[in-house]
Design a protein around this ligand. Structure first.
Ligand SMILES: C[S@@+](CC[C@H](N)C(=O)[O-])C[C@H]1O[C@@H](n2cnc3c(N)ncnc32)[C@H](O)[C@@H]1O
Length: 238
């Protein structure tokens, strides 16, 4: 299937299309929004606005040319097998985008903090989350894309603080793998209300900016999609 020529936003690894819909509506995109996924999944007919379409494709097979203004990777990178595959996907997204790449996904920095207290975040124990790199691992990948000249600025942010063990993402370490969010009627007992003194977060965001001096403007625009709580690192003030 041929890639449409006038794509404004490309949602890579769109799955059932919910992330594509969020990009289209919350970023207020009036041009074409295209979701691509190597599995043929998409929003049911009638639920997608007219400017949103879907195409089955492996993102790594997309041509190395500027295909869209922006691209998004929602919950895609943790499913890839290793750091090499993650960096290759980030590089591809940077190559096909004119303005910026936005990545949003669960983060794994909390794992050592939680395990010492007898807890885990359920998504750390999903067998589908094969790559569990830390913020620092991602920072090094962004730095190498910067060194290649592929991106001009970048930022790493986090959101959705986990304050104590009552949070539904938290499970006891005894819970089996592949449990979803905590449900007391289904899952092993966990101790509630244990406070987590260090700030730990559920999600991380990456902004890869293609043009210099645009990062602040793009970060403000992206707040409509998912508001960050904390900037971990940024190459310019945002
Ligand atoms: C966890 S789902 C996320 C779906 C959606 N973005 C969301 O947030 O609901 C990850 C998706 O990435 C897709 N994916 C992984 N590698 C891909 C690739 N190389 N090209 C296209 N899609 C890919 C998978 O098929 C899967 O549907």
């Amino acid at each position: 299937m041929a890639m449409p020529s006038n794509v404004e936003a490309l949602d890579i690894g769109c799955g059932d299309g919910k992330s594509t819909l969020a990009v289209a509506t919350r970023l207020g995109i009036e041009g074409q929004v295209l979701g691509v996924d190597r599995q043929q999944t998409r929003l049911p007919d009638g639920e997608a606005p007219l400017n949103v379409s879907f195409m089955p494709a492996d993102a790594m097979d997309l041509p190395n040319s500027k295909l869209a203004q922006v691209s998004t990777l929602y919950n895609v990178l943790p499913g890839l097998p290793n750091a090499g595959a993650v960096l290759a996907m980030l590089r591809k997204a940077a190559i096909v985008s004119r303005d910026f790449v936005f990545v949003s996904q669960v983060q794994f920095d909390s794992t050592p903090h939680l395990i010492r207290r007898g807890f885990k975040a359920y998504y750390s124990d999903l067998t589908s989350n094969r790559y569990q790199g830390s913020s620092f691992d991602y920072l090094r990948m962004l730095r190498s894309l910067f060194d290649e000249g592929l991106i001009a600025d970048y930022a790493l942010l986090e959101c959705e603080r986990i304050r104590d063990s009552s949070d539904p993402v938290i499970h006891s370490l005894q819970s089996p793998p592949d449990s979803g969010p905590y449900d007391p009627s289904m899952h092993r007992h966990k101790t509630l209300d244990v406070p987590f003194s260090e700030p730990i977060f559920k999600r991380m965001q990456l902004i890869l900016c293609k043009k210099p001096a645009q990062l602040g403007k793009i970060a403000r625009r992206l707040k409509a999609l998912e508001k960050p709580d904390n900037v971990i690192y940024s190459t310019m003030a945002i």
